[in-house]
Design a protein. Structure first.
Length: 676
């Protein structure tokens, strides 16, 4: 059924050609007034000139180059123009059958959408949703049409550009698939690149009400014998591969788990899958229900839990399994339910796949492009550089701390340490607390566990360079000096608590400040510190069983509320974070001492501590350091609990103070006695 919704589309049953759409050349190439028809490598083209005879661009008809089906199952026939440099000059839809424009969405929305492509370079990846030079806004509530229109413009323009010679044309690569098979489990197929994992996080979707992974997708080419036999079993693979061969098809599988659905909520019989498609060279492959069979379970050992999955067939005439391709996901989040037309924000993600070379024989060689890790590191370089610089400064401070504290530096070390300490804390708070929130959390430990022991994908951590650097630094320094390097000198939430406590001490009269402060007695305190270890163990155990529940319980940390969501979330999360900050006014770093699961994990690592804080024999009976240790890491016997020490260096200042430390006073006295 064809829906003619605008007189401009009234072609009746006449086939639309470049010749009979001449009424729209002006719209397709703005500023052009002289048009000459011609042909480039078999494709009809119109050359557009302005009044002065200056060449402005080429106009071509999308359906002469690509056949991308939209919601109606028919293409969105459009005139597209590009200039000699491959910059899109204009787009004019001349025929569209999508019923969505008959039931409420004005056609002007489609025009506004296509107008966004003017000025875009056809070589760029164009993202639907988000902001920036290469991003376009979707047509709200018309996601299938959005994706189909996007693909029509880009693929047709690129194919035309290859005819002009301004983009490399795709080589029809010859290949032969090897009929190899060796039994392999899921993780082995993941490791050798047969199965690709692609993760989209809640933060990439800009969602505030979820954390961690928004959607985790696994996919691969099922028609490759080794992949198909291992995943489906020999019998089922044998049956299906026979059908694929008969129809000259390849097949891919996709399974996914997450908050959303990659199959799409709007998918219905006869409809298209609007949330993902494939791109290979100038081909855009969108899937419909006839290409799809549902997967509810897979027998292969080690397959992760998945909520939905499917097998999708692709004609081998438009898809070459040995050439690299992108799986492009377009998800949209509902911002509000108030306005159905304007409430969706789209995000596009590209996942690259290339079949491992062991599966085929061909003269073609795959040249690797920048992978997503390299892209992430380049993107975050402006934060990585200052972070690394701050960490180097901190490391130097720790190496020369004894020199700073003793009088070997020009001025008394006591005067240096406090300002230095608060300056370092401030720098980290600004950088990883506010400018680029990167507060390490127990949820990152879940990811480490998962990537090392479940998905065997340790490189996953490299996707967030700042978190990667911080964790590497935290772990290394916890083994060398203990938990104190991170907890005492870096952690943004620790810093907030530290500052609040110190500000209280500064602004309130001493008596009042003392009156409103509380600390448990040592007996209770040294028992209560184990609470955080219990929290840590419960959280990790829960996350191992169910990552979703692990994420929920991780809300015991207020980090997300404070640094990522800036207190803008449900009232109880905000109230909890404010309560913890409020407690830190009364009790020095209450959360760190008793509740923090991340602190507990570092506390366990601190048991390995290579360097210990220096002590004298007299420390056992002297209580001076124990009193000045705010975090209460020194017990009644004068022993420092290495898992609790925040390396504030207060006791080390005492240790070197010959006017305060009983040991040094004794030595001084003995020296004076000897001189006498
Ligand atoms: S205990 Fe937790 S909140 Fe406190 S400083 Fe360490 S990591 Fe940060
Ligand atoms: S006073 Fe000493 S024991 Fe206490 S936290 Fe500071 S460095 Fe550690």
């Amino acid at each position: 059924m064809s829906f003619v919704f605008n007189s401009a589309f009234a072609f009746g049953n006449t086939k639309i050609t470049l010749a009979n759409s001449s009424n729209y050349y002006h719209d397709a190439l703005k500023g052009a007034s002289v048009f000459k028809r011609g042909e480039i490598k078999g494709t009809p083209v119109v050359y557009g000139y302005n009044k002065k005879g200056k060449f402005l661009g080429y106009i071509f008809l999308s359906t002469n180059l690509v056949n991308i089906e939209s919601y109606s199952g028919l293409p969105l026939t459009s005139l597209i123009s590009i200039n000699k440099k491959g910059i899109i000059q204009g787009v004019r839809v001349v025929h569209c059958d999508d019923p969505i424009f008959l039931i409420g969405i004005p056609i002007s929305k489609l025009y506004s959408f296509t107008d966004q492509y003017i000025g875009k370079n056809i070589r760029s990846n164009i993202y639907i949703g988000g902001k920036g030079k290469d991003h376009v806004s979707a047509i709200a509530s018309a996601s299938v049409t959005t994706v189909a229109m996007d693909q029509t413009i880009l693929m047709a323009a690129r194919k035309f550009a290859s005819k002009l010679g301004i983009m490399k044309s795709i080589v029809k690569v010859k290949y032969k698939l090897k009929n190899i098979y060796s039994p392999a489990n899921w993780n082995e197929l993941r490791r050798d690149g047969s199965i690709r994992k692609f993760t989209i996080s809640c933060s990439q979707m800009g969602l505030k009400n979820c954390s961690g992974e928004y959607e985790t997708v696994y996919y691969g080419i099922l028609s490759i014998p080794n992949v198909g036999k291992n995943i489906l079993g020999s019998y089922e693979y044998g049956y299906l591969s026979k059908r694929w061969k008969e129809k000259n098809q390849a097949a891919i599988f996709i399974i996914a788990n997450g908050v959303s659905s990659f199959l799409g909520s709007g998918f219905a019989r006869g409809g298209a899958f609007e949330r993902f498609h494939l791109e290979q060279g100038y081909s855009s492959i969108m899937f419909r229900d006839v290409d799809f069979s549902y997967i509810s379970s897979l027998g292969i050992k080690g397959v992760p839990y998945f909520k939905e999955g499917g097998i999708f067939t692709i004609p081998l005439s438009i898809f070459n399994p040995i050439l690299p391709f992108h799986v492009v996901f377009t998800f949209h989040k509902h911002v509000s339910h108030a306005s159905m037309l304007n409430n969706e924000t789209f995000h596009t993600f590209y996942s690259n796949y290339h079949l491992p070379s062991k599966y085929y024989i061909s003269s073609y060689r795959y040249v690797k492009k920048m992978n997503q890790y390299q892209i992430a590191w380049i993107k975050y370089l402006k934060y990585v550089i200052p972070l690394v610089l701050f960490l180097i400064i901190l490391t130097v401070i720790f190496i020369i701390k004894d020199k700073i504290i003793t009088k070997r530096l020009p001025r008394n070390g006591r005067k240096w340490i406090r300002p230095l300490y608060y300056s370092v804390l401030f720098l980290f708070l600004i950088l990883i607390g506010f400018i680029k929130p990167s507060q390490p959390s127990v949820t990152h430990l879940y990811t480490i566990y998962d990537s090392l022991f479940v998905s065997y994908h340790p490189a996953l951590f490299l996707l967030d360079p700042l978190i990667f650097i911080l964790f590497a630094f935290m772990f290394i320094t916890a083994v060398i000096w203990g938990r104190g390097v991170f907890c005492g000198w870096i952690c943004p939430f620790g810093t907030i608590q530290e500052y609040i406590y110190r500000i209280k001490e500064k602004i309130l009269p001493e008596k009042l400040a003392k009156k409103i402060s509380f600390e448990f007695n040592n007996k209770f305190h040294f028992r209560l510190i184990y609470l955080k270890y219990a929290i840590f163990i419960i959280l990790m155990a829960t996350a191992i069983i169910s990552i979703a529940w692990g994420e929920r319980l991780a809300e015991v940390e207020p980090f997300k509320t404070v640094f990522y969501l800036h207190f803008e979330r449900q009232w109880y999360f905000t109230a909890y974070a404010i309560l913890l900050i409020g407690l830190s006014v009364l009790s020095y770093r209450f959360f760190c001492k008793y509740m923090c699961p991340l602190g507990a994990s570092l506390g366990l690592l601190s048991k390995l501590k290579i360097f210990s804080i220096k002590r004298y024999g007299e420390c056992k009976s002297c209580k001076i350091c124990a009193k000045s240790c705010n975090i209460k890491a020194i017990d009644d016997k004068g022993t420092i609990n290495r898992s609790e020490c925040f390396y504030c260096l207060e006791c080390q200042i005492n240790y070197n103070d010959d006017k305060l430390c009983p040991h040094l006073l004794k030595l001084k006295k003995a020296k004076i006695g000897n001189i006498k």
